[in-house]
Structure formats: C-alpha cells, structure tokens
Design a binder for this molecule. Structure first.
Ligand SMILES: N[C@@H](CCC(=O)N[C@@H](CS)C(=O)NCC(=O)O)C(=O)O
Length: 230
C-alpha cells in the first residue's frame, strides 16, 4: 500500500484527514499510534519529531507529509479522487483555506485547550485559560452562523477541505460549549456534517474509543459509550 496514515481514531485532527480520504475513497493503510506506548510514539517521532498526528507517509513518492491541511492538499494534488476538496477558482480556493484555518485555530484549538485542562493536576489548571477558550468558541459560533447564511457547506454548495476541518472541531466543541437558540444555521450544518457518510464512517470507527474522551457523557446520545450494568 502506497499511503500509510499514522493516526489515532479518537483524535480530532485525524478525523479531518480521514474524512477527506473517505470522501474520495482513497486507499490507504492505517497505523494507530498510542502516544502512551514508547515504541509506538517513537515510530511517529521518527517521521515528525513534534509527535503530532496525523502524518501521511507516501512510499511511492517517498514523501512524509505532516499537518492536516498540507496532507489534504497533497492528496488532492497527487491522488485526486471524484470529490475535489478545493474549488478550481483561486479566489474560492482561498476562501476554503481561510475557513480551514478558522476551524483549526478558533474551534479546534480552544476545544483542545479545554479538554487538556481537565486532564491536568489541580494546581496546573488554568481557569482563566478555559474561560478565554469558551469565550473564543462562542465568538467562533457566531461567525460560523453568519457565514452559513444561504450556504449548505461552509463556503458554498460543495463540501471542501474546510468542512473536513469543521466536522471534528464542532463535534467535540459542542460537548463543551453548546449551540444556543441563535445558532439555527450552525445546528443544521452540524447535523449535515454528522449525516455525511464520510464523517459518519469516521465516527463509527471512533466508537470503541469514545469512553477515553473525558466529556463522553456530553456526546450526542448515539455516540455515548454504553454504561456497564451495575
Ligand atoms: N496543526 C496540526 C495539529 C495536529 C494535532 O495537534 N494533533 C493532535 C491530535 S488531535 C496531537 O497530535 N496531539 C498529541 C499531542 O499534542 O501530544 C495539524 O493540523 O495536523
């Protein structure tokens, strides 16, 4: 197999690339990385010393490709499928890149800060950092709500890389800061993302791991791990 994706099925940035791969039916092999396992972690560090995943390894072209947006553009360039995730028009493509950056930096990032904080020891917690991250999510939700006016997907009628960034970011963010009454378009968009077969497949594959997510009880009901019988 030419393409190998180093990833973890619970990790939201991995979901972004998996969704892009599934949109196009791109064949790849999955290597699940357990960061808590020294050998497994070392296999990732050898490719990308920052130890962030996903990382794509392309044996045919002898390329190692980190960073989700770069991976998706690389796939689009070298392994294009039936569902291009970038519009042909350069201005439209720039808009896709803007919203991709938006979801990574202003939804994924604050979401991950809140989740990381709950795992910290009591005296390492940052209540101010968490409250700033929550405020940022609320601001981001308002901007997404406005952006979606008259649109099916975040930049228009076609699903793009920006929607692949949006899906996992919103999936976890919504468990931390709920959408409210003023977020009708955002709620409908979120549901469209959940219903999209590529993302539904990503979530199905994550099911066995959701019990490891600290806020798993706030996931949509169908994704909550079953409570063991007392
Ligand atoms: N900017 C990177 C972010 C990747 C990232 O933060 N991945 C998370 C998983 S969702 C990770 O590797 N976390 C492990 C860690 O930070 O130790 C990208 O777009 O690929």
């Amino acid at each position: 197999m030419s393409l190998i994706l180093y990833q973890h099925p619970l990790a939201s940035f991995c979901h972004k690339v998996l969704m892009a791969l599934y949109e196009n039916g791109t064949p790849f092999e999955s290597r699940v990385i357990d960061l808590g396992n020294e050998e497994s972690r070392a296999s990732l560090v050898r490719l990308w010393p920052l130890a962030k995943f996903p990382v794509l390894r392309d044996e045919t072209l002898d390329s190692t490709v980190p960073e989700t947006s770069i991976i998706i553009e690389y796939l689009d360039r070298h392994y294009p499928g039936a569902m291009p995730l970038f519009p042909a028009d350069p201005s439209d493509a720039l808009c896709v890149r803007l919203w991709d950056r938006f979801f990574d930096q202003y939804v994924q990032d604050p979401m991950q800060k809140i989740v990381a904080d709950v795992r910290r020891a009591e005296n390492d917690k940052s209540p101010q950092g968490v409250s700033e991250a929550r405020a940022l999510l609320r601001t981001a939700y308002g901007m997404i709500e406005r952006q979606l006016d008259g649109k099916i997907w975040i930049t228009g009628d076609s699903l793009t890389m920006a929607d692949c960034a949006a899906a996992p970011a919103l999936f976890y963010a919504e468990t931390l800061v709920s959408f409210d009454e003023g977020h009708g378009r955002l709620k409908a968009y979120y549901q469209r993302l959940l219903d999209r077969p590529s993302f539904a497949r990503v979530l199905k594959e994550a099911m066995p791991y959701f019990h490891m997510y600290p806020y798993h009880e706030r996931l949509p009901a169908q994704f909550r791990p079953a409570t063991p019988n007392a």
